[in-house]
Design a protein around this ligand. Structure first.
Ligand code: SF4
Length: 259
């Protein structure tokens, strides 16, 4: 049995990879990463360090499109449909790319898919296991020792690997350079404060999507990113500090409607 680990460039999938190697050995472990092409530059340093320290090559895949291009092509940014979070960017640039690679390299099966969901996400694990059956799945972080991101960061640090810088900057994930279609007001206020260039890029991309499609879609429910910056963040400065949203890139790709 081969264990294929979906490596996102974040701490949780790092620990999932480390535990897979610890239990099943490097020879039975395959690590794959799907690049959205708008990643934070330090993500690649973290992948390089992970390869070097854990001794496993990370196969780097890419579709060739960015999430911004996928939005326009699919005429959708993200939406909740029948209780499932649907974002074509994660579906096509993450799940689609990795699924195609696995199908090409392991046409006869014989593998388990490994995910870095943390122990406090049992509902997500159940959904993914159900959706992927009969392909076996494994969630190493659902087993003791139960660690949060700080605990995993300490393990990485102990191995000589610095955490991806986005965590140090207050982000909860290391996807898409700090942005995400599932981010809420507090998340985007944080992006605006600590990564203004990233905010500006996403603001332009959202505007470009709206002009290209003519659709009144936006990442935030109440505002476009342009309105949010110019009417809220740079003026009154008051926003919903509880509305962080959540990245959920893999959850939307693997739990959501795969159509
Ligand atoms: S991190 Fe968010 S924006 Fe990026 S691909 Fe995943 S769901 Fe889409």
């Amino acid at each position: 049995m081969i264990y294929i680990v979906n490596v996102s460039g974040g701490l949780a999938s790092f620990e999932a990879l480390r535990r897979t190697i610890e239990r099943y050995g490097v020879g039975n472990t395959v690590a794959v990463f799907a690049d959205t092409l708008i990643e934070d530059p330090d993500l690649y340093r973290f992948l390089d360090d992970t390869e070097r320290v854990l001794g496993v090559p990370i196969t780097r895949l890419q579709d060739g499109r960015t999430p911004f291009e996928v939005w326009k092509q699919r005429r959708l940014i993200a939406r909740i449909i029948r209780g499932n979070r649907v974002a074509k960017c994660s579906l096509e640039l993450k799940r689609g790319v990795i699924d195609a690679w696995v199908a090409e390299h392991y046409p006869d099966g014989g593998y388990t898919l490994v995910f870095g969901y943390t122990w406090d996400e049992p509902h997500r694990m159940e959904k993914i296991a159900h959706r992927l059956a009969p392909v076996p799945t494994w969630f190493p972080l659902s087993e003791p020792p139960y660690l949060d991101k700080c605990g995993i960061a300490a393990i990485a640090q102990g191995l000589g690997i610095a955490s991806p810088r986005l965590y140090e900057m207050g982000f909860s994930h290391n996807n898409c350079g700090g942005g995400c279609v599932w981010g809420g007001q507090a998340h985007w206020a944080h992006v605006h404060r600590v990564l203004p260039d990233v905010y500006a890029r996403w603001e332009r991309a959202e505007q470009d999507y709206r002009e290209a499609t003519g659709k009144d879609h936006s990442i935030l429910q109440k505002y476009t990113l342009h309105e949010y910056r110019t009417l809220v963040l740079e003026v009154q400065g008051e926003f919903d500090t509880d509305e962080w949203g959540g990245c959920g890139c893999f959850s939307s790709a693997y739990e959501g409607d795969p159509s």
